[in-house]
Design a protein around this ligand. Structure first.
Ligand SMILES: Nc1ncnc2c1ncn2[C@@H]1O[C@H](COP(=O)(O)OP(=O)(O)OP(=O)(O)O)[C@@H](O)[C@H]1O
Ligand SMILES: [Mg+2]
Length: 248
């Protein structure tokens, strides 16, 4: 069977994924604070619409939309322009204002149908934790609700990227959460240290049903957004610089 793949819109990541993500799959991006999860999810939606003709929805729970538009602009993404064209939709679901269940799923499915949405990003799964708190052994309900959400999104023909937070992202000591198993793909953003240098890195831990690299790659965030340096090993840039300084 030929696997139909879509480009993520994140430079370098598609090479690590050996061509991109399986169309209609569900991917979890996890990592410690500030590792680039939100930026990665935003790029998935923004460049999906801009470069690959796939309309998208971005659901934000913790950042205000204006704040998000500002951050994105600094990274070269004009969200407002794509919103005006009706190609992307930013949806705010502030956790502080949540009441009742996820009544918006129907609204989201309507939007997907009406606007021919092909990509949805949810930043972050915390939304479900607030709606279905993991108390009184309710952990299975939380998992069930996430699964139901993924199922509905998939039935609608959408590729889904969700963000989750994690305290320990040391790649050798990574503790898996039961929700990790619900998603078909699992990408970890982390920081590693060498002496006094820290570097951002990424690794693709799994994507069911497709081949991908298992290696750890450096990541940069700056002009042009988040890039995966798929042709480098971690700290190679630092080492090159050290060699340059030492040879002077
Ligand atoms: N314009 C920029 N130029 C360079 N680096 C930037 C820029 N904007 C953001 N960053 C870097 O990206 C990081 C934030 O990325 P992002 O918001 O995607 O992280 P996150 O993993 O979603 O964090 P959190 O868990 O707190 O939501 C910042 O800490 C900063 O280091
Ligand atoms: Mg974030």
């Amino acid at each position: 069977m030929v696997v139909e793949k879509i480009k993520t819109g994140i430079e370098g990541l598609d090479k690590v994924l050996k061509g991109g993500l399986r169309k209609n799959s569900s991917i979890l991006i996890t990592g410690a604070p500030g590792t680039g999860k939100t930026i990665m999810a935003l790029q998935f939606v923004y460049y999906g619409a801009k470069n690959y003709n796939e309309n998208g929805v971005f659901i934000a729970t913790e950042e205000g939309l204006d704040e998000l538009r500002g951050f994105a602009k600094n990274l070269g993404m004009d969200l407002g322009e794509m919103e005006k064209k009706g190609r992307i939709f930013l949806v705010e679901k502030p956790i502080t204002m949540l009441r009742g269940g996820l009544e918006s799923i129907k609204g989201l499915l309507d939007l997907i149908k009406k606007k021919n949405i092909k990509r949805v990003a949810l930043d972050s799964l915390i939304l479900f934790e607030y709606l279905y708190p993991k108390i009184n052994n309710n952990i299975m309900e939380y998992r069930r609700q996430v699964l139901l959400f993924i199922q509905k999104i998939k039935e609608a023909g959408v590729t889904f990227m969700a963000v989750s937070e994690r305290r320990i992202t040391d790649l050798d000591r990574l503790e898996y959460d039961m929700i990790d198993f619900v998603f078909e793909g699992f990408i970890v953003l982390s920081r590693i240290r060498k002496g006094s240098y820290f570097e951002r890195v990424v690794t693709v831990a799994k994507v069911r049903g497709q081949d991908h690299s298992l290696d750890v790659y450096p990541v940069t965030i700056g002009e042009g957004g988040l890039r995966v340096l798929d042709d480098q090993v971690p700290f190679s840039l630092v080492e090159q610089e050290q060699r340059r300084v030492e040879s002077k």
